[in-house]
Design a protein around this ligand. Structure first.
Ligand code: BES
Ligand code: ZN
Length: 445
């Protein structure tokens, strides 16, 4: 932790592209069409090369208010954008339209996502009759409506039961020692028709299987699981396990705008645009997406040595899927050319700006913050954590900078609305990203 405060302000430079620069732009835009063909097959959207109007308009400074309008568009006009839904796709169209209006060659990069949708799960004792217990299906559990005699199956280890020994019965298994999937496979092989895995601590939990299970598999708190185990000491217990759930394959997409550089090396500036189903995702993460768009506008008309990828990632909220797809499908030569990835996620709410990630990038961000002059920031150069899209790049060995704010009281809730997003906070995040990009560029000049 390294809190600092400063006071001097710095505005973005105003420049006008020269005719030669415009021709260079066109040539590079053609090169980008080729690069994108490699990067993101199959293309579902390809827009025009930069228009003359865009190339001759004055290059304005980064505007927090302009970014805020994108937040309103995403979080109010479109609204909640859960992964794989129509509204995520609508948001992608909006982003692609904005990026192409700035003159970027823009691509939607689609990818399939497998989603497990649990509609309901219940566990109840039928005899002796008891109240339903709090439960959830393990992700990828089979659906089903099963009742049978409960059997204490320990940890559900391989070889504990002969094949068929649990036929027609429901296995009660304790969490721990081996994976959920192995427990399910072992008791199913012994003939169990459903499995209840109770926590090895008091409370409830949720968990994932690695693949679809052959029988319904649900969770139970440690307290409820131990109570069932004790009841089994006093005689037979009949239970009902019901799981109503479905695994579906849908499509999500990243939206990519590329600006080719004049020297080798590339930088990704990105943020996710999907939201959780619970709310409109204004801070998480229309704020970061909007800042990426305004950065794209800022750089569209400025000279920059490296190739810039402006990327809005889909499917972040179900596990960083869009950024992982982007990284996994990047040709090795393009991946090796990445000098940095700057991730903007939740940059519009909270008192304090935060920078984490690769030490050299966190240091550059701190230099910019010191020179730009804003109230407060903290840094963490040891780890950026695994909770957002930078992690996909970090895993692939790309230096990352994660710009964010924490302690949003409306995180993942219906109250994550545009009215709570501060345009000035977007401007600060944008200016830090610009300063870092300019300092990275200065290393080549
Ligand atoms: N925007 C959050 C990550 C975040 C949290 C950024 C707090 C800044 C401050 C992200 O959308 C999210 O919710 N991530 C999940 C994990 C992810 C792998 C689904 C999380 O942090 O729990
Ligand atoms: Zn989130």
């Amino acid at each position: 932790m390294n809190p600092r405060s400063c006071s001097r302000g710095e505005e973005g430079r105003r420049e006008q592209g020269s005719g030669a620069a415009r021709i260079g732009w066109l040539v590079r835009a053609l090169a980008v069409a080729l690069a994108l063909a490699v990067l993101a097959p199959p293309a579902v959207r390809a827009d025009d090369v930069p228009s003359t109007a865009a190339a001759t308009a004055p290059a304005a400074a980064f505007s927090g208010d302009a970014a805020y309008q994108h937040v309103q568009q995403l979080a109010e006009t479109i609204g909640s954008r859960p992964t794989g839904t129509e509204r995520e796709a609508e948001a992608a169209d909006y982003l692609a339209g904005v990026l192409s209006s700035y003159g970027y060659q823009t691509e939607a990069q689609p990818f399939p996502i497998t989603m497990y949708e649990e509609r309901s799960a219940t566990v109840a004792t039928l005899a002796p009759r008891g109240a339903p217990m709090e439960t959830s299906a393990l992700v990828y559990s089979a659906a089903g409506d099963v009742s049978g005699e409960l059997v204490d199956a320990g940890y559900g280890r391989d070889g504990d039961w002969a094949p068929g020994a649990l036929a027609g019965r429901v296995a009660l298994v304790e969490r721990g020692e081996i994976t959920f999937s192995d427990k399910v496979a072992n008791v199913a092989a012994a003939g169990a028709t459903a499995v209840i895995i109770f926590n090895n601590r008091d409370g409830a939990y949720t968990g994932n299987l690695t693949a679809a299970s052959p029988i319904p598999a649900v969770t139970l708190s440690g307290t409820d699981g131990q109570a069932l185990r004790e009841r089994l000491q006093n005689g037979p217990v009949r239970v009902a396990v019901v799981v109503d759930a479905e695994t579906t394959t849908r499509q999500s997409r990243n939206v990519i705008g590329v600006r080719p550089g004049r020297v080798p090396g590339a930088i990704v500036v990105g943020g996710h645009f999907d939201s959780v189903p619970a709310g409109p995702g204004a801070n998480d993460n229309a704020s970061g997406t909007a800042t990426v768009l305004e950065l794209a506008r800022y750089f569209a008309q400025r000279d920059y040595p490296y190739t810039l990828y402006f990327v809005a990632f889909g499917a972040e909220e179900i596990g960083l899927r869009g950024s992982r797809h982007f990284v996994d499908t990047l040709p090795e030569s393009a991946r090796a050319s990445l000098r940095a990835m700057i991730n903007l996620d939740m940059v519009g709410v909270g008192d304090q700006e935060r920078f984490s990630g690769a030490a050299e990038l966190v240091d550059l961000a701190s230099q910019v913050a010191d020179a730009t002059g804003f109230a407060d920031y903290t840094t963490n150069a040891s780890s950026a954590g695994g909770g957002s899209d930078h992690a996909s790049f970090d895993r692939a060995g790309v230096p990352v900078l994660f710009i964010y704010r924490s302690n949003d009281p409306n995180y993942h809730s219906p109250r994550d609305r545009a009215e709570f997003v501060d345009p000035d906070a977007l401007a600060l995040a944008g200016r830090v990203a610009i300063g870092v990009l300019e300092r990275l560029a200065a290393e080549t000049q």
